[in-house]
Design a protein around this ligand. Structure first.
Ligand SMILES: [Zn+2]
Ligand SMILES: [Zn+2]
Length: 245
């Protein structure tokens, strides 16, 4: 048996339970979970809002961001062995449907996201298909390695358009927005302007390379950005706050 954090019934809350160790299919990799991180998605599922009710069937072990150590591999697994340090792509894609075959696996028509539609990573062990596992550098601490999944989301979003040589504005400095600040800066943005209502988050944005941080409760953000860009405004806006207003 193993400990697992489970959404037991269609209502708010999680329960810590003893669950059977998952079976290992021939193409599966058994991973001892070393670190996990909590996503906004987990909060939706914890609170059991309308989104969660439409996506999740209970009972379900939650959690989709993690890293760990391979402890056993199925007989058809060729790329991994016990002892490997790995992290995972949370979307289990089929590799057969039209989007998968067009290189768009993240919108697979048959996708199952761990911790949302299939048992997830807030447990002592998880079994993943070999195709969704990535080897992780040994010197990356587990609490950082687990963040590669949301970092990947932010890389995808930030680089959906051109940021190099552009003035980039990031609204919302939660983890995804902060990643976007660092990614845009690393990829050659002319400047990165970060917007948030919390000074703590703006300080983190500065640490990650933001050229200018703006708090709309304390300044006129539009006027500041017009001044900083010689009246032209931001070339790229990355909305990472999720705030409908
Ligand atoms: Zn997530
Ligand atoms: Zn597919």
């Amino acid at each position: 048996m193993m400990k697992a954090l489970v959404k037991e019934a269609p209502e708010a809350g999680f329960t810590l339970l003893a669950k059977p160790i998952p079976q290992l299919p021939v193409d599966g990799v058994r991973i001892r979970v070393l670190a996990t991180s909590i996503c906004g998605t987990d909060l939706h599922i914890y609170n059991w809002d309308a989104w969660a009710a439409s996506k999740v069937t209970t009972p379900l072990t939650v959690g989709h961001e993690f890293c760990g150590e391979v402890i056993e591999v199925g007989e058809k697994v060729t790329r991994f062995e016990a002892g490997d340090y790995v992290a995972a792509e949370s979307h289990i894609f089929c590799d057969q449907c039209r989007p998968c075959r067009a290189g768009q696996r993240h919108i697979c028509e048959n996708e199952k996201i761990i911790g949302v539609q299939r048992d997830g990573a807030f447990a002592e062990q998880i079994v993943m298909p070999e195709r969704c596992i990535w080897r992780t550098p040994a010197d990356l601490p587990p609490e950082i390695a687990t963040l590669q999944e949301p970092l990947g989301n932010s890389v995808h979003a930030t680089l959906a358009g051109e940021v190099s040589r552009r003035h980039v504005m990031v609204t919302g400095c939660g983890p995804t927005g902060l990643f976007a600040v660092a990614i845009a800066k690393t990829c050659g943005a002319a400047s990165v302007m970060a917007v948030d209502v919390q000074q703590y988050r703006l300080n983190l944005a500065t640490e990650l390379g933001a050229d200018q941080v703006l708090n709309p409760l304390e300044c006129d953000v539009v006027a500041e950005i017009q001044t900083a860009t010689e009246g032209r405004g931001a070339d790229v806006v990355l909305e990472m706050s999720g705030n409908e207003k």
